[in-house]
Design a protein. Structure first.
Lengths: 200, 142
């Protein structure tokens, strides 16, 4: 009886030892701070005309990390705040910034031409890509990414109209998978932290 | 004669002290800045109002020559969507009222000129009690 107790005790001790060794020595996986897509989803294609007459295809950016955001040029607060933060992220990445592309797609095609939105994002960083198109071209893109967008005609404003829209920043990895998203106001340090993991 | 001058000096000094706003008992606007923007486009101005008057006030309007129209707006989050709501009036209660990104802001609609970092322009805030307050706004990148 006593021998059996000793055997069970030794077995338990061995098991605890193995678990502790695994915890201490197995490689740790760094966790992301953004909202994770688990499993990662293939990012839906975006194909729109560029301001320079060329065309843009999201799939042609494979090998880069893409930060995707939806907004509009008449938006005075949330969109420029987010673009300023993405510029800060871009600057703090240093040389690695060349592997990160920032894409800004309009939710206001009535007022944002490809030229206008490209000029707008270039104020923040000349490497940022601004995209627009017709309502028919953009509606499937908004739908694919779950972007809520509604023209607010009710609010009386000299701005003509305002557009209520979702304000998440999406992260697409080098393999073209939708990996993460961030809500408005996420600290830039959190975005930088996640990008550094993806760029390893 | 010397005594008269002495009395006059104190009377004048007393008047000056009475007229000057006592420190911490006035309404002050600090940290005034605006985003860069392109002519024809929009921008936003931000600031902090410190109401040390001891009574609540209200911001009735904002005006500037830099844009075709100037309005007060509030950004709110609803179900993850950002919405801007035009404010006819903003309560300025005792203490601090902040106009900041993602919240209250003065919307500059239809800029008459490009706003580049370092540029300055004037903005006048009109308070119900404190009256008109002219400010110099500096364009800067946050």
């Amino acid at each position: 009886m006593n021998t059996r107790v000793i055997q069970v005790g030794l077995g338990l001790l061995s098991l605890i030892g193995v678990v502790m060794a695994a915890v201490l020595y197995l490689p740790k996986t760094e966790s992301f701070r953004g909202t994770l897509y688990d499993p990662a989803l293939p990012a839906p294609e975006i194909e729109l005309a560029r301001d320079n007459g060329g065309s843009f295809r999201l799939s042609e950016l494979r090998g880069n990390v893409v930060l995707l955001f939806f907004g509009y040029t008449s938006c005075p607060d949330v969109c420029p705040t987010t673009l300023s933060e993405l510029r800060k992220v871009n600057e703090e990445l240093g040389s690695a910034a060349s592997q990160v592309k920032v894409i800004y797609v309009t939710v206001d095609p009535e007022r944002d031409t490809p030229e206008k939105i490209q000029q707008y994002v270039s104020i923040f960083n000349p490497s940022f890509i601004g995209l627009s198109g017709s309502l028919n071209e953009l509606a499937p893109v908004w739908q694919d990414y779950g972007v809520y967008r509604e023209v607010d005609q009710v609010t009386a404003s000299a701005s003509g109209y305002l557009v209520t829209h979702s304000s998440r920043v999406y992260v697409i990895d080098q393999d073209g998978n939708l990996r993460l998203s961030y809500s408005f106001g996420t600290p830039t340090d959190d975005i930088l932290h996640d990008l550094k993991i993806l760029l390893k | 004669m010397l005594k008269v001058r002495f009395v006059l000096f104190f009377v004048l000094a007393a008047i000056l002290v009475a007229c000057a706003p006592a420190d911490g008992q006035s309404l002050q606007v600090t940290d005034v800045w605006a985003r860069p923007g392109l002519a024809g486009g929009n921008s936003a101005a931000y600031f902090v109002i410190e109401n040390g008057t001891g009574s609540n006030d209200s911001l009735l309007s904002a005006a500037s020559d830099v844009a075709g129209a100037v309005e007060m707006h509030m950004t709110t989050m609803q179900d993850g969507n950002m919405q801007m709501v035009h404010q006819q009036e903003v309560p300025v209660q005792i203490g601090k009222t902040e106009f900041k990104p993602g919240g209250l802001h003065v919307m500059l609609i239809g800029l008459n000129q490009d706003l580049n970092p370092g540029d300055t322009f004037s903005l006048t805030l009109d308070f119900a009690t404190a009256g008109a307050m002219p400010l110099e706004v500096t364009v800067s990148e946050p």
